[in-house]
Design a protein around this ligand. Structure first.
Ligand code: TYD
Length: 226
């Protein structure tokens, strides 16, 4: 049974670059690794990209946080079945965004969601409920943390490519970051904070070291099961 890792952080925090480096390094060590992302590449995932993330920047109105929550969660629920199946024969699956993105983004202040404690608690509940129902868990989450100003300046010319970016108020990304930091307090054992200002090579090295330790532990568990 392989391990399941998630990467989280605001747009422009460098997750994609580091995940590609990680894949290369772990493959060189002989591990079978798969990089995946959410929203997924399924028809539902594609609908979310155009209907939820793409909306708001053009004529279409962006759906409210609750609609987005259910869409992202439906996409995820189907995704988990697929991930579980693949973990039977792969060593490592790394998913770019997962449950924590829904909490961090869908309560980040659009339509006053930042003050909506009921919504926040409900999303936490839904996330835990999905994992429990699916008998699934995340082995580790790496939270790429940095100031939104830095992340956005990194994105530079890519700003227009951020989905629905224009429709997001200035402090939106500050809220996303704070939400992530709250989650890291709540799930201290699972979520490791990564200083996203560090060079990607250094980050990839740090994460790889941690993953190798988990794989070692996993091997011992597998052996004791037999
Ligand atoms: P991103 O991960 O940067 O992918 P890409 O580079 O392909 O655009 O963008 C996905 C966006 O979706 C990001 O702004 C966060 C948002 N999102 C949510 O709002 N809720 C969620 O549950 C997930 C998975 C993503």
């Amino acid at each position: 049974m392989g391990i399941f890792i998630t990467l989280e952080g605001i747009d422009g925090s460098g997750k994609t670059t580091v995940s590609k480096m990680l894949r290369k390094r772990l493959e060189e060590d002989g591990y079978e690794i798969l990089l995946i992302k959410e929203p997924t590449e399924t028809p539902l995932g594609k609908f979310i990209r155009s209907g939820v993330l793409g909306a708001g920047s053009g004529s279409a109105k962006a759906p409210d946080a609750m609609t987005a929550l259910f869409l992202f969660s439906a996409d995820r629920t189907v995704h988990i079945d697929e991930i579980k199946e693949k973990l039977n024969y792969l060593d490592i699956i790394i998913c770019d965004r997962f449950i924590d993105s829904t909490y961090a983004y869908q309560t980040a202040g659009l339509n006053n969601t930042a003050e909506d404690e009921d919504l926040k608690n409900f999303i936490l509940y839904v996330n835990e409920f999905i994992l429990k129902q699916k008998k699934f868990s995340i082995d580790r989450t790496y939270l790429f943390d940095l100031k939104p100003e830095t992340a956005l300046s990194r994105l530079n010319g890519r700003v227009d490519k951020i989905d629905g970016f224009d429709s997001r108020p200035q402090d939106f990304f500050n809220s996303v970051r704070n939400n992530y930091l709250c989650l890291s307090e709540k799930y201290k054992r699972r979520i490791k904070i990564i200083d996203a200002l560090a060079p990607p090579e250094k980050i990839a090295g740090e994460i790889k070291g941690d993953i190798l330790k988990m794989l070692e532990k996993n091997k011992m568990i597998d052996k004791s099961d037999k």
